[in-house]
Write a protein that binds this ligand. Structure first.
Ligand SMILES: NC(=O)c1ccc[n+]([C@@H]2O[C@H](COP(=O)([O-])OP(=O)(O)OC[C@H]3O[C@@H](n4cnc5c(N)ncnc54)[C@H](OP(=O)(O)O)[C@@H]3O)[C@@H](O)[C@H]2O)c1
Length: 199
């Protein structure tokens, strides 16, 4: 079965965005999790999709122009992701969004459709966020792996990755690596049935 793998860039206090509504501590939104070679589909929440589509459409159309959020010209790795995103199916979990600019974007209305997607043949699936869909899919037991990049920052006010998580779940440390600028890459496997209180 295809694995559902999430990749998130967060502060040490678990925030995936600051008070401004985005993670201004992230200098580039490239795939720094090494996921591109192993995935052929992306799953996103309706909360993040409009901003995501706007950001990457800007880079697809004008790869040398400074972009919204970072305020810098896209890095080569961001241009690579923009091209990958253009040819890769995106599935957006939303009960309100109905249209997208990208022809390969489709909308799904329930978590069970993501379970069905995992059963289809193909490579692994990248769960891109944001916080609420990630929490819901972890609670539903559908997320297989967390790839986190932890920034050396206490963000304070902002949206926490696990703010809406409802269930306790064990994690298995698979890999930890020190990156540049004080960042840490941490990969966890997610246990399917791990709450000792429920056994
Ligand atoms: N730091 C990072 O690495 C990173 C990565 C990705 C995103 N982000 C941030 O994440 C933010 C968005 O996160 P978010 O938590 O607000 O929104 P989200 O997780 O992207 O989307 C949540 C939305 O999905 C829809 N939905 C439908 N069924 C759902 C279910 N069972 N569980 C959860 N959601 C369901 C709902 O929208 P409808 O009302 O349309 O149904 C809900 O409001 C963005 O602003 C972005 O800045 C950060």
């Amino acid at each position: 079965m295809r694995k559902l793998i999430t990749g998130m860039k967060l502060s040490l206090d678990g925030k995936i965005e600051g008070a401004e509504g985005y993670a201004d501590w992230v200098e580039a939104w490239s795939d720094d999790y090494g996921l591109m070679p192993q995935v052929d589909a992306c799953v996103l929440g309706g909360g993040m999709y409009p901003g995501y589509e706007r950001y990457w459409t800007g880079i697809q159309n004008e790869p040398n122009t400074p972009v919204w959020i970072t305020g810098s010209a896209p890095t080569p790795a961001e241009v690579e992701w923009a091209n990958f995103a253009a040819r890769t199916p995106h599935y957006v979990l939303s009960n309100t969004l109905t249209s997208a600019l990208w022809p390969k974007t489709s909308f799904i209305r329930g978590v069970e459709e993501i379970a069905a997607l995992k059963q289809q043949p193909g490579k692994d699936i990248y769960l891109m966020g944001g916080a609420r869909i990630t929490a819901s899919l972890i609670d539903a037991g559908l997320v297989d792996e967390l790839r986190l990049i932890v920034y050396p920052l206490i963000a304070g006010e902002g949206k926490a990755l696990f703010a809406t998580t409802g269930r306790r779940r064990g994690l298995k440390l698979r890999k930890i690596e020190q990156l540049t600028d004080g960042r840490m890459s941490i990969i966890y496997g997610v246990d399917s049935f791990s709450d000792p209180r429920s056994s």
